[in-house]
Design a protein around this ligand. Structure first.
Ligand code: AMP
Ligand code: ZN
Length: 460
């Protein structure tokens, strides 16, 4: 199995630390608002990765954090806490805000058929672990104190830029957008922020440095080490995390544990952009969600999952009405084709399984895997064998093929029989019979149209 590693910028053979098992950490949501479709692109990619690993017989131990404290409006520890800010706006407590949006996030995961991690861990449930890691960093001389908190001195880490591959100077330049004159280096970041004098925060804790709250990056370092150990296999997130969040997680964890590498494979998914390439961002407010794009319009959210299978995770993806329609047609077409196979399963085709494995093990080439599914459906295997094989592939695709084909498009046996005859007529270019069979189908209440991918059917 090959995966593209951001750390080496190469596709590499995947070798786990412990044979047969994988430790996987994926950065979770900051729970101050609804997740948008862009966020969900990253979680779908991570779910596919996990399913591919499982399909390859690895036992995956997956941990995801919930950021309920410490993520400030500025990425460089300036500004205000996003959860507390939402609380001030709405009058709900910070804890209520975090709970509410954590539930909303989990609902989105469910609707997209994303398998839950083995462990969800909240930053606020792991404060002592974060304090302990900061203390270790302090003992080892990596920290310094300024007016608003304890900071990590990035100049002490020679390979600070190894994940981003940017020159240190460029990283520093990028960091200058947020100026804190007391920091030794622009890239330095907060480990512990002190509560502002005279103002009481809702989420704050005692610490050896005074009452305050953890910086955003330390939670992932402390919790991943707690749940997966000081060294583990894979760490994921969206590409926006490479230069700041993951670079800082990496610098502080390896400095605290003195073990390298902390993580062997770093995988990042490209953005979902709005029309014209504009990044979809939670902070901009003008974003679309699973609920308002799909559920409320009576469209299955799995259409979005299908759309994500069609674009490689490292390529930017553009979202538009056309993209939605095309994914909807593609998904429904697939369901129709599978419905036509009937309900009886036969034998798994090893030939197609090998092809499918080669696709997914090539850095998750899911669009090629979808093409293999189409090839399988067109092949001369029996319907039973096709069904058994495609349902096996669905362990990775996660498109609910069995349930969706049964529940949503119930095509009566009689119609399926006519569709099959019509398919043969079409292949033989017998257009007269094909038209007659179309009329027969119409009499039974179904409309059939011919698309590139084959016959499409819907209720009239
Ligand atoms: P956040 O809740 O903002 O911390 O982001 C949660 C996850 O979504 C992170 O892994 C981000 O990298 C990812 N993300 C944010 N915006 C987008 C986007 N437009 N497309 C894809 N992933 C994104
Ligand atoms: Zn993280």
């Amino acid at each position: 199995m090959q995966l593209y590693n951001t750390l080496t910028r190469k596709k590499e053979d995947f070798k786990p630390i412990k044979e047969g098992s994988v430790g996987l950490y994926t950065c979770g949501p900051t729970v101050y608002g609804y997740p948008h479709l862009g966020n969900m692109r990253t979680y779908i990619f991570e779910d596919l990765l996990k399913r591919v690993l499982t399909y390859n017989n690895y036992e995956v131990n997956h941990v995801m954090n919930i950021t309920d404290v410490g993520h400030l409006t500025g990425d460089r520890d300036m500004g205000v806490d996003k959860v507390e800010r939402e609380s001030a706006k709405t009058g709900q407590t910070a804890w209520e805000i975090a709970d509410f949006y954590t539930t909303a996030f989990k609902e989105d995961l469910k609707s997209l058929n994303i398998i839950f991690p083995n462990t969800f861990c909240k930053a606020t449930d792991n404060i002592p672990e974060q304090i302990a890691m900061i203390q270790t960093l302090e003992e080892k001389g990596f920290t310094y104190k300024i007016t608003d908190g304890i900071y990590f001195d990035t100049a002490k880490v020679a390979d600070y830029n190894k994940l981003s591959h940017q020159k240190i100077e460029d990283l520093r330049e990028g960091a200058r957008v947020e100026i804190n004159a007391e920091k030794k280096n622009p890239t330095d970041f907060a480990l512990w922020k002190l509560s502002p004098t005279g103002a009481k925060r809702q989420m704050e804790w005692e610490s050896p440095w005074g009452v305050g709250f953890p910086g955003w990056h330390i939670e992932c370092s402390a919790m991943s080490v707690k749940y997966l150990g000081e060294q583990f296999d894979i760490h994921c997130g969206g590409v926006d995390h490479i230069d700041i969040h993951h670079t800082n997680e990496l610098a502080q964890t390896e400095s605290a544990t003195s073990k390298k590498p902390w993580v062997n494979y770093w995988l990042h998914s490209a953005f979902l952009n709005g029309i014209g390439g504009k990044k979809m961002a939670k902070s901009s407010g003008d974003f679309i969600t699973v609920t308002n794009t799909f559920t409320e319009k009576g469209i299955s959210p799995l259409v979005y999952r299908f759309a994500n299978l069609s674009v490689h995770y490292r390529k930017p993806m553009e979202w538009s009405e056309e993209a939605l329609i095309s994914a909807k047609n593609g998904y429904e077409n697939l369901l129709v084709k599978i419905s036509k196979l009937g309900q009886k399963t036969g034998k798994l085709s090893l030939e197609y399984k090998d092809k499918f494995l080669a696709d997914i093990n090539d850095d998750l080439n899911m669009s090629k895997a979808l093409a293999t599914v189409q090839e399988l459906l067109k092949s001369d295997l029996s319907d039973e064998d096709k069904l058994a094989t495609v349902l096996d592939f669905d362990k990775v695709l996660g498109l609910n093929l069995r349930l969706e084909t049964k529940a949503d498009i119930e095509i009566p046996e009689a119609v399926i029989e006519i569709l099959k005859k019509r398919e043969t007529a079409r292949q033989n270019k017998d257009w007269k019979s094909s038209d007659e069979l179309r009329d027969e189908i119409l009499k039974l209440g179904y409309q059939v149209t011919d698309a590139d991918a084959g016959q499409e059917i819907k209720l009239i």
